[in-house]
Design a protein around this ligand. Structure first.
Ligand SMILES: [Zn+2]
Ligand SMILES: [Zn+2]
Length: 266
């Protein structure tokens, strides 16, 4: 959940939202957590009227910013939404039902943007020359991670992915190694320290140790540790990152804690 206060100034308090600017200047957005509010304001300031929103899944922390994404209320905005709805549900209702009473005072009809929904499941697709490949998450209620590739660079976004146990829709450890292989950047769930994980098995998140092991075995160049627990203060995330460095002990893997506002160029 979102957090605020002095203990969270370094890593930030918003929930999941990552912006990608592609080589051909398309805007991709990964998830609509609370970070999308500020991103929406920025996009309008820059007059960016077309975005592609890739959703990993529909747990609160990944969609709760959407009602506050101002571009969605503008007639001159195009939003292409990609993702995989749980069986028997539509992508549209999974996202838009939160912009409705009793959760929200404004009805979905106020969403004036041209919003198009594209179910995405395992098959790769292209956005302006950038290739996107979804992969099933090992997570309660399922979902998708994404590999994003262009000009021989690859970025894999895998959050809410539990490497320690198996869920019905997920891959096994080797399956994720194969998918990630040689990525230039991997952002992976590293919510738990090993001692915390014992009581949280099956909740859908990974230990930092498992995330590091995956990155090493897949020969990833950079690993961003992600999905910080709401109770983990800046000092505690720093300690988690140091623990990751000790586990990695490899000069070929750069390992860091993902921070709000951070920019990475590939
Ligand atoms: Zn989740
Ligand atoms: Zn989450």
């Amino acid at each position: 959940m979102p957090v605020s206060g002095r203990a969270y100034e370094k890593y930030g308090g918003n929930t999941t939202c990552v912006q990608i600017e592609t080589a051909r200047n398309e805007i991709l957005i990964l998830d609509a957590g609370t970070g999308i509010r500020e991103l929406g304001n920025h996009l309008l300031q820059e007059s960016r009227m077309r975005v592609h929103l890739l959703l990993t899944h529909f747990h609160w922390d990944h969609i709760q910013g959407f009602p506050f994404f101002k571009p969605a209320y503008r007639k001159d905005v195009q939003i292409n939404v990609y993702g995989k709805a749980p069986k028997g549900m539509s992508l549209q209702s999974c996202l838009e039902d939160i912009v409705a009473p009793p959760h929200f005072p404004i009805p979905p009809s106020a969403l004036k943007a041209n919003i198009e929904y594209h179910p995405a499941d395992k098959v790769a697709f292209e956005i302006g020359g950038t290739v996107i490949t979804p992969v099933p998450l090992n997570h309660p209620n399922g979902g998708s991670g994404y590999k994003i590739e262009e000009e021989n660079q690859s970025f894999v976004f895998l959050t809410d992915n539990e490497l320690g146990v198996s869920h019905p829709s997920g891959l096994d450890f080797q399956g994720y190694i194969n998918f990630i292989q040689n990525a230039d950047l991997l952002i992976h769930d590293a919510e738990y320290m090993p001692d915390e994980y014992q009581n949280k098995k099956g909740w859908g998140h990974s230990t930092v140790d498992d995330a590091v092991r995956l990155a090493l075995e897949a020969d990833v160049k950079q690993l961003g540790l992600f999905h910080h627990n709401q109770d983990r203060t800046d000092a505690a995330v720093d300690a988690l990152v140091q623990h990751a460095w000790k586990q990695a002990q490899s000069p070929s893997l750069a390992c860091f804690g993902v921070q709000q506002g951070m920019e990475i160029e590939l």
